[in-house]
Design a protein around this ligand. Sequence first.
Ligand code: FES
Length: 91
Amino acid sequence: MNISHLKKTIMKTKTSITICLGSACYRRGNQLVLETIKQYLNDNDLNDEVEFKGHLCESSCAKGPNFQINDKLFSGIDQNSVVEILDKHFK
Ligand code: FES
């Protein structure tokens, strides 16, 4: 396996976590969820395996707070449920 193929393989397996930082989601709990996810990634040494980013409102405020793992949307999350979701994904 050459380096180029190895890089592509690694990039494909990287998990994408995206959190909504729009005002409604942020005010309703994602301010705390953001810190919980950062702490979880640090505690479990996952920063190299995860691309973690935020986005602005995507017009799903009524269901929020929202976040995504890869293409899967999770709504109505809080600090406890996000840890359960992350555990299911990573453990
Ligand atoms: S603020 Fe998160 S979907 Fe609108």
